[in-house]
Design a protein around this ligand. Structure first.
Ligand code: FAD
Length: 286
């Protein structure tokens, strides 16, 4: 491994400036769990790592937003998020997702900004946060707010520009929404999933008034499935609507890898979307 700089700026703006050099081998370093794997396997060889952990305390805080939602600083650890009382109340699906994500040691170290920026489509938190209608806020004078599902440009690829850092995640009010994340592993239980499905459904009585259907792992990048949502919105919650939504979701382009063929994953998509909707709503049997 070649030598590299390891810098520890005191502010996020300073970190952005240290990264806006045009050098693709200069990267922000949050928990380092993703980066270290890539460095150990030789996939990535940095020229400069800019550690974000000494930046302002607000980037580690989880606070209510006043409109029923929450702001999660990008440097909050996954364990902090898993056990945060505000988030446990607002969106219990987050803590449930965490119990399927790696292990306590990884969750103690990994940060939510690094988790979202990594861009590996097999990861668990991006689909869950996209189903919860979360957005990321980026740093600097050109700060922008981007829905989680719009963050990804391709396999391990985000729309973030050099020096543009995730500073926070915004989670809107979840009143009336019911959310579930399911993942299907086809080899060992702790292997990367062949498919991740996250759904959120808002109901008025038995009528579905709004929905989110997100697919990951089986696709090149996290994908919001508008066709399945169109089937659900306005429908009566039940097996017929959930089966039809699963059928509509099968149109997403799946990819073949060691965890299964594209055709097999398409079958999984149909079944798991239906199951996730049944679990989220408690309707349509189980
Ligand atoms: C043993 C092991 C098992 C794992 N199992 C799972 C699993 O089951 N499910 C799962 O979802 N994940 C799993 N992971 C992946 C893990 O979730 C990620 O490695 C972790 O979430 C990345 O967070 P980090 O803070 O360590 O990021 P880092 O490694 O520090 O960074 C990851 C990427 O994001 C960039 N980055 C970091 N912070 C920011 C920021 N604020 N703004 C912009 N870019 C930024 C970095 O430059 C890098 O490109 C596993 C990892 C390990 C090591």
């Amino acid at each position: 491994m070649r030598g590299f700089e390891f810098l520890r700026p005191g502010t996020l703006n300073e970190a952005s400036a240290l990264l806006a050099t045009g050098d693709a081998a200069a990267r922000p370093f949050a928990g380092g769990t993703g980066l270290m794997l890539m460095m150990k396997t030789g996939v990535f060889s940095p020229s400069r790592l800019v550690c974000l952990r000494q930046t302002e305390a607000e980037h580690r805080a989880i606070t209510p937003t006043g409109d029923g939602g929450a702001r999660i600083g990008a440097l909050a650890s996954l364990s902090q998020i898993e056990h945060d009382p505000l988030l446990c109340r607002l969106a219990p699906v987050i803590a449930r997702t965490m119990t399927t994500l790696a292990n306590v040691r990884v969750r103690n170290v990994a940060r939510i900004g690094g988790t979202l920026a990594h861009g590996d489509p097999h990861m668990d938190m991006p689909p869950t946060l996209a189903a919860l209608r979360a957005s990321v806020v980026t740093s600097g004078t050109a700060s922008r707010t981007v829905p989680v599902e719009a963050l990804y440009a391709g396999y391990y690829e985000t729309i973030l520009q050099p020096g543009e850092l995730i500073s926070a995640v915004l989670l809107p009010d979840q009143t009336g929404w019911h959310s579930v994340y399911l993942k299907c592993t086809t080899r060992s239980a702790d292997d990367w999933p062949a498919l991740g499905v996250a759904v959120s459904v808002r109901m008025d009585g038995t009528t579905i008034t709004d929905s989110r259907v997100i697919i990951s792992a089986a696709t090149e990048k996290l994908t919001r499935v508008a066709a399945a949502e169109a089937v659900l919105n306005g429908a009566t919650a039940g097996l017929a609507a959930f089966t039809a939504a699963g059928e509509a979701a099968r149109a997403v382009e799946t990819i073949e890898d060691a965890r299964g063929s594209a055709a097999y994953k398409t079958e999984l998509v149909g079944v798991y979307v239906r199951r996730a909707l049944q679990q989220a709503t408690g309707a349509g049997g189980n």
